[in-house]
Design a protein around this ligand. Structure first.
Ligand code: NAG
Ligand code: NAG
Ligand code: NAG
Length: 431
């Protein structure tokens, strides 16, 4: 077994080298998703006018546009809680106005799911419109401008799929998936993924015959990044756990990543009991997480949104921050949310969560967005002391017993993850 592993690792390394070498020789652009001005009439995004009432409306032109709705079968009708409307202020922030415009449509009984977009024409290219709605749009950081232009881009095509993920695996122990790990990765993180496959992300049957499955979620490299597609398709075939979509990897595209993951899970793993969403650099004590999940009574198990809860956060206004949000984009507090390093939700909540995401405009910070959508459907995050998406005390980081009692700890290297995993399983460990 270890020979096979060593061999696979060597094949990966050699191919990696060849690919890098190859990509320096052929500098060609493989991605081109630019919308041309002629495409605009077909553009399904909100045509925005600022009215006296400050509410954005859709132009009448749009009524004639039929937009494909490939995933309409996984969307159900939703109602948005009053509490949510009280939390998010109705003011001049662009996102605030988009939201209230969508809520107005919902209240009028109009189909709120209609601004599904055509992936190749989803970007807002009308700069005038953006400047009208966000007076300082030109001073937004480039990536943020990119995000705003792509806010309506949702149905990203799948590049690497695992359609049989949740049915494969034999019938001996049943194919019901108790827990699906959806791990946010990026194409170059081969080493992180391999460490997780060998440790907490290992697929299989755990205590009490509970089945765990794992997928790694990723977008595509940007034009200037090396093309890893051959390596990834090799990895996908060999391990069967790679999901890749046709959007560019970027911090501000993580909301899109979560959204397509929800869509994928509803299509390909609809009966899963719990879903984990988290980073590829965290450490998870899988046996402890499974015991916790199995200890829940059924009413709680069907409404679970648990993690490290941030309950009183507000947007950061420092343009240098990774989490910067311009005031003209969003003005208001954040609802309580579970930190994106790792949280768990009930499979039963996937459909309402995904459905309401069609009403709530995309927000650039993925875990805030998830918390916002949960708030809209009336689910509050549950704080659990075992989830540490911010790091634990320095003196405890090497202390195995601390990890034996924690479900999730943040930021570990692949080497640390392997060491911790071996450590907490050691029969010699007495805590
Ligand atoms: C998206 O728009 C383009 C150009 O209008 C069209 O050729 C293509 O078929 C559309 N895609 C879908 C899925 O409707
Ligand atoms: C197991 O997979 C089969 C398809 O191969 C499906 O018909 C059946 O419902 C699945 N059972 C469970 C418990 O998910
Ligand atoms: C997100 O992905 C889309 C599609 O590839 C891309 O056009 C956009 O620039 C990306 N957004 C950011 C903020 O990088």
């Amino acid at each position: 077994m270890s020979h096979i592993r060593t061999f696979s690792a060597m094949v990966l390394l050699v191919s990696l080298f060849l690919i890098f070498f190859y990509s320096t020789l052929h500098l060609e652009t493989t991605y081109s998703h630019k919308a041309t001005p002629e495409d605009l009439p077909e553009h399904p995004s909100l045509q925005v006018q600022v009215l006296d009432s400050d509410v954005i409306t859709q132009s009448s032109k749009q009524e004639s546009v039929t937009v494909p709705q490939p995933d309409v079968d996984v969307v159900e009708n939703v109602t948005v809680s009053e509490d949510f409307r009280r939390t998010i202020p109705q003011n001049r922030g662009y996102w605030n106005r988009l939201l209230y415009s969508a809520l107005t449509n919902l209240d009028k009984g109009e189909n709120p799911f209609r601004h599904h977009s055509n992936w190749s024409h989803c970007k807002e290219t009308n700069q005038e419109l953006l400047r009208t709605n966000m007076h300082d749009f030109n001073s937004y950081p480039d990536l943020f401008q990119d995000f705003v232009e792509g806010m309506d881009c949702r149905n990203s095509p799948v590049v690497l799929n695992q359609p049989r993920k949740c049915i494969a695996g034999g019938r001996e122990a049943g194919n019901q998936t108790l827990l699906l790990f959806g791990i946010k990765s990026i194409p170059g993180h081969f080493e992180q993924r391999q460490a997780l496959r060998e440790t907490w992300g290992r697929e299989g049957i755990y205590q009490n015959g509970q089945r765990v499955r794992t997928v790694f979620l990723m977008g595509s490299p940007k034009e200037d990044d090396p093309d890893l597609s051959i390596l990834l398709s090799f990895e996908a075939r060999h391990f069967g756990d790679i999901l890749q979509w046709d959007f560019h990897e970027s911090f501000l595209n993580l909301t899109l990543k979560m959204n397509v993951f929800l869509q994928w899970t509803l299509q390909h793993c609809p009966h899963v009991t719990f879903v984990f969403s988290g980073d590829d650099d965290v450490f998870v004590n899988t046996p402890l997480l499974l015991s916790y999940l199995q200890s829940l009574d059924s009413s709680k198990a069907s409404k679970l949104y648990v993690g490290d809860v941030i309950s009183t956060a507000s947007p950061l206004r420092d343009p240098k921050s990774k989490y910067f949000i311009p005031l003209s984009f969003y003005d208001g507090p954040y609802p309580a949310y579970a930190g994106g390093g790792g949280f768990v939700i009930s499979g039963a909540l996937l459909k309402p969560l995904y459905s309401v995401s069609h009403i709530i405009p995309f927000y650039p910070i993925d875990d805030v967005y998830t918390g916002t959508c949960f708030k809209a459907i009336g689910v509050s995050p549950e704080a659990h002391r075992g989830f540490h998406t911010f790091d634990i005390k320095k003196e405890d980081r090497e202390y195995l017993c601390a990890h034996k009692e924690l479900i999730l700890t943040h930021q570990r290297s692949p080497q640390q993850i392997k060491k911790l995993w071996r450590g907490i399983h050691s029969p010699l460990l007495t805590c």
